[in-house]
Design a protein around this ligand. Structure first.
Ligand code: 3PG
Length: 196
C-alpha cells in the first residue's frame, strides 16, 4: 500500500509520515509535483527514519539525482525511458517505472526492471488488462495506481501479478491542509486491513 503524496510544506512532512506509520504504512511516495517536494523528502528521511520514503513523478535523469540527494530510497516514474532507468541504476536508486502498454513492459524489462507501476490503471484498462498481462508477462509484478481507492484496492490486490497498490486517496488534500493526522492514520489503517 503506497500513498501517492502531493506535499509542498516540509513542516508537514514528518507529522504526515508519522500519521501514516501509525496506521501501518511505511512506504511513502512523495511526488516531485511541488516546488518543495524534495525538501519534504529530505525532512522525512532525516526525521522519520523508520519510514521508507521515495520520490514519485521522476520524469528525467536529473529528477533521479535530485531525489537521491534528498534522501529518497526509491523512485517511481509515471512512464519509462532508458535514460531514467540508467540514471537510477547508476545511482543505485531502486526504480518502479510506469507502464501502460505491452511495448512499454518490453522496454522496461529489457532494461532489467521486473516490478512495474501500472499507470494510469483504471483509465488504461484496469483489472482486465492486468489479467491479460498474466499470460505473456507472468514473471512481472505490478503496482497499479490511478483511480485506485478503498473501494477497489482489495480486488486489485487479489490478482497474482499485483504486489501492491498506490494512490492519492490515502492522503486527501483537505486532511493535509487541516493537519488532520487522526483521519490520515484511520485511512491508512483501513487500507492496510484490505490486504487480508
Ligand atoms: C500517480 O501518480 O500514481 C497518480 O497520480 C495517483 O493517481 P490517483 O490520484 O488516482 O490515486
Amino acid at each position: 500500500m503506497i500513498p501517492v503524496i502531493v506535499l509542498d510544506d516540509p513542516e508537514l512532512a514528518a507529522p504526515l509520515a508519522r500519521a501514516l506509520l501509525a496506521g501501518g504504512i511505511r512506504m511513502l511516495e512523495v511526488t516531485l509535483r511541488t516546488p518543495r517536494a524534495l525538501d519534504c523528502i529530505a525532512a522525512i528521511a532525516r526525521d522519520v527514519p523508520e519510514a521508507i520514503v521515495g520520490a514519485g513523478t521522476l520524469r528525467c535523469a536529473a529528477d533521479a539525482s535530485a531525489a537521491r540527494r534528498a534522501g529518497a530510497r526509491f523512485g517511481v516514474s509515471p512512464g519509462f525511458t532508458p535514460a531514467i532507468g540508467r540514471a537510477c541504476q547508476e545511482l543505485a536508486l531502486p526504480l518502479v517505472p510506469g507502464v501502460a502498454t505491452s511495448s512499454e513492459i518490453l522496454a522496461a524489462t529489457e532494461a532489467g526492471f521486473r516490478a512495474l507501476k501500472f499507470f494510469p490503471a483504471m483509465q488504461a484498462g484496469g483489472m482486465a488488462l492486468l489479467k491479460a498481462w498474466q499470460g505473456p508477462f507472468g514473471d512481472i509484478v505490478f503496482c497499479p495506481t490511478g483511480g485506485i481507492h478503498a473501494g477497489n484496492a482489495a480486488d486489485f490486490l487479489a490478482l497474482d501479478n499485483v504486489a501492491c497498490v498506490g494512490g492519492s486517496w490515502l492522503v486527501p488534500a483537505d486532511a493535509l491542509a487541516a493537519r488532520d493526522w487522526p483521519r490520515i492514520t484511520a485511512l491508512a489503517r483501513e487500507a492496510c486491513a484490505l490486504r487480508g
